[in-house]
Design a protein around this ligand. Structure first.
Ligand code: AMP
Length: 353
């Protein structure tokens, strides 16, 4: 067990790191943030900050030296240089390796009995034409690595559409468009001795590839598919000897749950757990990596809505506080750029008239 007062290292300096650090502080830990960007909203609430490149092995070694355990809030951290801190890293870097490559991720889920959208790796314009021929259009071309919030994705509505697409330099994958009725995520926490707990699954709504809201209760169709989706998420966690919070995103379709992707970390669709569950995803992640007993994941209300505050909407977000049931979280980011996640608001109970 990592005793309170010890230092938790967090790779990544964004809002997920900030909320992990706040939860860690509540349990008496100090946090040390490692991130390449000067502006780090996680460092703003943490005891120490190392601002250095992901590939700076000397800086990483010094960081690891100062920490009792290290975790990450960002899944695109290059895995190679992490060898220096492997002994202290939870979850293990294997989870990062898989989640960083959409091709491996889908293959891994399939091996464990999951069903992803039909997919084909694409390296050239000829590959893309062949992929469309095989899977059909519409579909989505995605970069295999480094994509997030809909970035690195191109919708293709017909084979003719594909002619006008200039392929990115990076490796890509072509996926068939899934006709889903809803999206949901399974968020679980796994302890060091293999105990797994699930939070309730919210129904997620995306706009322009970015999560807009997550709400409980989910549709009846999602509820009917949860057991199967949870069983896959648990098999993934067990196969990786995973420790901490793991998120798997699914499409609910008439033919059952379709696995979209996994995030080896706390997730935006679990922010509602701060007020809406007995123990938040952030606190249980800290508990798991520190070897503490896991807290209850039970929901505290049957209706919960988490809405993201994106871009300039943050400038007037304080007006949301006129609703006494609203819990406002602003991440302290200075520039409210279009498409940038600036905060979120959670509301327990039925939506106001
Ligand atoms: P991703 O970054 O892969 O999670 O994609 C972001 C969002 O785009 C998803 O949550 C869906 O709303 C949509 N999307 C991605 N892939 C597909 C697909 N194969 N079929 C339908 N919608 C998709």
């Amino acid at each position: 067990m990592i005793a309170p007062g010890a230092t938790i290292g967090i790779l990544g300096g964004g809002q997920l790191g900030r909320m992990l650090a706040i939860a860690a502080a509540g349990l008496g830990y100090r946090c040390h943030i490692y991130a390449p960007d000067r502006e780090s909203v996680a460092a703003d609430v943490s005891a120490e900050f190392t601002c250095a490149a992901w590939t700076d092995e000397a800086a990483l070694a010094g960081f690891a030296e100062s920490c009792d355990v290290v975790t990450f809030e960002f899944e695109n951290v290059p895995v190679g240089p992490l060898a220096a801190l492997a002994a202290k890293l939870l979850p293990h870097s294997r989870a990062l390796e898989i989640a960083q490559d959409r091709l491996h991720e889908k293959g891994f889920a399939e091996e464990l009995g999951g069903r992803p959208a039909p997919y084909v790796p694409v390296h050239s314009a000829e590959d893309l034409a062949a992929a469309i021929e095989r899977i059909g259009a519409p579909g989505i071309l995605k970069t295999r690595a480094d994509g997030y919030d809909g970035k690195g994705q191109w919708r293709i509505s017909s084979a003719r559409d594909a002619d006008s697409i200039r392929l990115p330099g990076a490796a890509t994958i072509y996926e068939g468009l899934v006709h889903f009725s809803a999206e949901f995520s399974v968020i679980l926490v796994r302890s060091q001795d293999g105990e797994i707990r699930f939070w309730d699954s919210a129904e997620n709504v995306h706009e322009h590839g970015i999560l807009a809201s997550s709400a409980l209760p989910p549709s009846a169709q999602i509820l009917a598919q949860l057991e199967q989706a949870r069983a896959l998420a648990a098999r993934i966690a067990d196969a990786l000897g995973y420790v901490g919070v793991l998120t798997c995103e699914f499409f609910a379709t008439d033919a059952g749950p379709v696995f979209n992707e996994m995030a080896p970390r706390v997730h935006n669709s679990g922010h509602w757990t701060i007020e809406g569950a007995a123990t938040s995803q952030f606190e249980n992640h800290i508990r798991a990596i520190c070897g503490l007993p896991l807290g209850s994941t039970a929901s505290l209300a049957s209706e919960v809505t988490m809405t993201n505050i994106v871009g300039p909407a943050a400038l007037t977000a304080h007006e949301l506080l006129s609703d006494p049931a609203a819990h406002l979280h602003l991440y302290g980011k200075r520039e409210p750029r279009e498409g940038r996640k600036m905060g979120h608001v959670t509301r327990l109970g039925p939506a106001p008239e």
